[in-house]
Design a protein around this ligand. Sequence first.
Ligand code: AMP
Length: 419
Amino acid sequence: MAVTYSIPRGTYDILPDKSFIWQYVQGLFRETAAEFGYSEIVTPIFENADLFERSVGDTSDIVEKEMYKFHDKKDRVFALRPEGTAPVVRSYVENSMHTLGGIQRLYYMGPMFRYDRPQKGRYRQFYQYGVEAIGSNHPYIDAEVIALQYTFLKKLGLKNIQLEINSLGNKASTDSYNKALAEYYAPHADKLCYDCSIRLEKNPRRLLDCKVPTCKELVAEAPVMLDYLDEECRTHFESVQTYLKGMGVEYTINPRIVRGLDYYTHTAFEFLNNYLGSQNAVGGGGRYNSLVEQIGGKDAPGIGFAGGFERLLLSLEEENLFMGNSFHPDVYVAVLGEESLLKAVHLMQQLRLKGIKVEYDPDKNSMKAQMKAADKAHATYALIVGENEINSGLYVLKTLTEGKQESLSLEDIITRLGR
Ligand code: AMP
């Protein structure tokens, strides 16, 4: 009996009828990143598991519960990357990028892996785009990174997206805030879910992120981080807002944003599309001023964001926005008679070398079948290559929408269509 295989749960194929949409959004992201002066960095999809455990934090869900961890043949412990920041910072440190001087402005795109319960907008392999700016603590850089993601989403035409920002402060303010949280939660400890009782010990801030209803009720009255910011943190946060306003970036302050990963300090932000239902986070990020040192590098401040392409596509669909042009050939070649094929393949190759997209189907022989296929492929032109054309050196170029046709030499066709 033939074996059939199905795709792993929580993953999907991007088929040709959708891949052009991916090319469009990825192209627009590359373009926007370049406009802000960011260059691409590509890292492997697996890293030492320890990199994520130490940086993202072992109380975070993505490390604690969702990491695809495996042993290789030499018993080394690796993980499929659950996020992009730790690998980029690992590469920054390993390649001594601090010696290049100034701010390293980096962007990346690629698949991430989290073993979570799949649902609409949530997958086990999903694609993120993101940036990291490493080497400056200036609040302008926070605003620049936020503005980059904002600009990308605006360029796509999205309107239903809100930006929310918050400050998570520095180590000193986090310590006093954690103390306040611990005091607030102490009399309610028996009402907390199991995860939150552990978070209370290890990282109280993450209690604010819990989705369990009883925990959520307690969050409503919990102390707010913004009240615990020291002077330096408050000034930083205010300056970020001044630059955002200067750039025309609209936002609201949400003091409950904590972000799921442990390494964030100061500015944290999220882009939300509330029309998407429970998986409404389109992207987000924040500052991580101690991560570089934590990963073994020379102390350097950084800030970045990540966004998921899947939720972006859902948002585009929901707002009925342009999603790119599907592929279609410039020229569909109709070959009449077996003897004409050799000349036709030569012509096709000359056209392709000039950047013209050419399609030909050797299994269709009649003029009628080939013209039908040209229409189906949404080709702009049909090029007819038969005995008469070969003898005269003039080929029939037919516009498929209007049905106009002309007899042209190869040179004239290239002048007309070449890039
Ligand atoms: P995070 O690193 O969790 O802040 O995620 C950044 C962005 O990646 C989110 O705002 C989502 O757009 C996207 N994302 C995160 N997890 C998933 C997932 N399991 N499936 C699809 N998109 C995701």
